[in-house]
Design a protein around this ligand. Sequence first.
Ligand code: PLP
Length: 391
Amino acid sequence: MDKIQIQNLDKEKIVGTYGRYDLAIDHGKGSRCVSVDGKEYIDFTSGIGVNCLGYCNDGWVKAVTEQLMKLQHCSNLFYSEPQVKVADALTKRTGMSKVFFGNSGAEANEASIKTARKYGTTTKGENCNKIISLVNSFHGRTIATITATGQDKYHKYFTPFLDGFKYCPANDLETLESLVDDDVCAIMMEMVQGEGGVLNLDADFVKAVADICAENDILFIADEVQTGIGRTGKFFAYEAFGIQPDIVSFAKGIGGGLPIGGALFGPKTCNVLQPGDHGTTYGGNPVAAAGAAYVLSVLDDEFLAEVTKKGEYIKAKLMECPKVKSVSGMGLMMGIEIEEGMVAGDVVKAALENGLMSLTAKDKIRLLPPLNISYEDIDAGLEILIKAIEG
Ligand SMILES: Cc1ncc(COP(=O)(O)O)c(C=O)c1O
């Protein structure tokens, strides 16, 4: 099919929940992909933070295809080696105790929310089921996770939403303290608010919240769906804040392109969920888990240091552009604030026409390039992006 045929059939047959860019991708390798009409693009999106090793990484393809030839699925009624290998790698890496596997970020947070509510109500009484999340956060699209999401624009059409969520502006400790009471079982946040505009939380705020949680036996949930698995130059972004959450949700990058996510639980929470409390047919699927095990094997300290270096390199280059006001984020998760009056979406479209895929987050241009992107592709992509910003 050519692009027009694909676009027409898409419009006719697929529910229009996404505004798509004018590009139909056919194949890719590394940080570059090729459209159905044969044009090459540099990818600064990684499929929204998913293809962390780029397109069709050789080692990842080998791990996934070998598993695919062996066993594609067996359900969670049976044991499977790929799943335990990923759980072992994740817990060893983080010091967390156990993992629950799902298939997406929303499911990872859903598992976290259910665990927090069960923990609160069973240890402190039936009213201890309230969760504080941050204004401008994003936690997913299920009813529970859009309720947790602290953005009014998501809180319409699908009423009734869940009771039991309170919202605190990011970095506002005074308000947070005023919201904490005996009914709060958890406080949930992204270390860098991704969809909310790549906004970094203050280290002092995060540390103070972690202290409040520890003192009051409230669970700290870190939503690391976008920030996790090396994206920020740390394995999980919370490490940069010197805290240890009770629950860490993850997805996106861990599968390297296949759907897998989940929640890591610390000592307080690792045995809260019992048989029958939660589950999903596909969670920790062997093929997705084999890909995840490969991704985790690549992300050693040296690799993560490179992520930080590349992020700093990109930031320095962008800051040379007079129309760039600031660059937020950490590692290879970046938000570019451009001159007032300029529209991020227009810049992203102009860059796409010239062969660079990038993203927006609120009024910023957002970059989530593959974590192993080469300096050559960084330079080539930045040249296109900076031209698009300069107009
Ligand atoms: C921080 C965060 N949490 C949760 C989600 C939801 O993940 P998914 O789209 O895989 O359900 C996202 C997606 O962008 C996210 O950025």
